[in-house]
Write a protein that binds this ligand. Structure first.
Ligand SMILES: Nc1ncnc2c1ncn2[C@@H]1O[C@H](COP(=O)(O)OP(=O)(O)O)[C@@H](O)[C@H]1O
Ligand SMILES: [Mg+2]
Length: 394
């Protein structure tokens, strides 16, 4: 038996927890973090730092913190500076400072008993351990929102003042707070707030072209050469952008599209694989909506479904739709509607979320329109439409 081929070269590169060496479009923020913590490489015992990273879901907060943490640790160790970074997801510890500190301490003292100590005592022992080992840690408190919600401002106040309590001793703990909702810090007392607000790094949502760059990197690491169509990357980026500018979503779609390609023995990830991936995540397709459409609206949509069923492309132009629609009309003994009317159908289905219309400026040919069917597999749409058109004939 022939070994099954896969479009993937290394699927782990598409895993949600994979940390790439380079983060496209986060270079500036990475550099800023390096500047904030630059002192650690020179006089780590004299200073500590607090920084907030904020941004929406999938903007790269977690991956940036990890990348930075391991980069600065490597650099420190090269210079014989003892530094470690510790990443804790506060939500996984139910936002409880006690559980979080206990976890951090057990990284240094694995046999430390789980019971019988208060948070203050555990923190004291953590400092003692770090003093003994002459080590500075960068504590990354990810999903810090959970901690604020659970513990309220007093604990946060203490966390922002970890070092002040022991002002004359060497500085041992710096903190990066990762926070989705900056408004949460408004609720804190003025002094915690002002300490936290000084160093804020905001991660903006990604735009389409940025997502294309991020996806392209993953494609070259995770997929075999030439096994992902270029317009698939573009249409996935487009959806990632319209669904919140979320890189996680886009990478997940890419991976799923690859899985569909493998499942169907396709040699390349084509537009229909991407559509299957999207429809498995976003249920935009409401079948009974089709029944309420007019005859020519259905014929128009059928023309699109057919086009994508027989073409690998992710995009279709309005003139190609017109051709395909004219053929369908012939099949149904209907007189095709005008160009203007076809354009109106396209806009209607774009509003309904079934089609996506992009107008691009083209130096030689003026503006051109690209239409895609991002979320519904073409075969499925064709099947539903044919069934629905059958009812029309009755
Ligand atoms: N600039 C980037 N370059 C490469 N991958 C990225 C980038 N930004 C985000 N990602 C990837 O997108 C996914 C979501 O990022 P993540 O850091 O978990 O977002 P957040 O923590 O802000 O919700 C992860 O798989 C991450 O590796
Ligand atoms: Mg995160």
């Amino acid at each position: 038996m022939k070994g099954r081929k896969s479009v993937f070269k290394d699927e782990s590169k598409l895993d949600i927890n994979y940390i790439p060496k380079i983060l496209p479009h986060r270079e500036k923020e990475h550099r800023l973090l390096m500047e904030f913590f630059d002192f650690l490489l020179k006089f780590s015992e004299k200073m500590s730092q607090r920084v907030i990273i904020t941004g929406d879901v999938g903007t790269g907060k977690t991956v940036l913190a990890h990348r930075f943490g391991s980069d600065i640790t490597l650099q420190a160790n090269k210079q014989q500076v003892k530094l470690r970074y510790v990443h804790v997801n506060c939500r996984e510890y139910r936002g409880k400072i006690f559980l979080i500190l206990q976890h951090v301490l057990t990284l240094f003292r694995p046999n430390f008993p789980k019971r019988g100590y208060s948070s203050e005592e555990i923190l004291g022992m953590l400092f003692q351990t770090l003093d003994e080992e002459k080590t500075h840690i960068i504590l990354i408190l990810d999903e810090f929102d959970a901690l604020i919600k659970n513990e309220g401002s007093e604990t946060v106040y203490k966390l922002t003042r970890l070092q002040e309590i022991r002002a004359d001793k060497p500085q041992r703990i710096s903190v990066i707070f990762i926070l989705r909702d900056l408004k949460l810090i408004d609720k804190l007392d003025d002094s915690s707030k002002s300490t936290l607000q000084r160093n804020i790094i905001r991660l903006e949502k990604y735009v389409k072209d940025q997502l294309v760059d991020i996806l392209n990197k993953r494609v070259s690491m995770g997929f075999n050469l030439y096994s992902v169509n270029e317009d698939v990357i573009s249409s996935i980026a487009e959806i990632g952008f319209s669904e919140t500018g979320n890189a996680r979503f886009a990478i997940d779609l890419l991976w799923r599209a690859g899985k569909y390609a493998d499942a169907n023995d396709e040699e390349v990830v084509n537009a229909d694989c991407a559509r299957k991936a999207v429809s498995s995540i976003i249920p935009t397709f409401r079948k009974n909506e089709l029944d309420s459409l007019g005859l020519h609206e259905k014929l128009f949509l059928l023309a699109i479904a057919r086009f994508f069923k027989y073409n690998e492309n992710a995009y279709v132009s309005i003139s190609e739709i017109e051709e395909s629609y004219a053929i369908i009309c012939e099949e149904f003994n209907e007189k095709p509607n005008s160009h203007t009317q076809i354009w109106k159908y396209a806009q209607l289905f774009s509003v309904l979320g079934i089609l996506k219309i992009e107008v691009t400026a083209n130096i030689n040919r003026g503006r051109s329109t690209k239409i895609s069917l991002p979320a519904i597999p073409s075969k499925e749409l064709e099947k539903e439409l044919s069934a629905s058109l059958g009812k029309n004939k009755e």
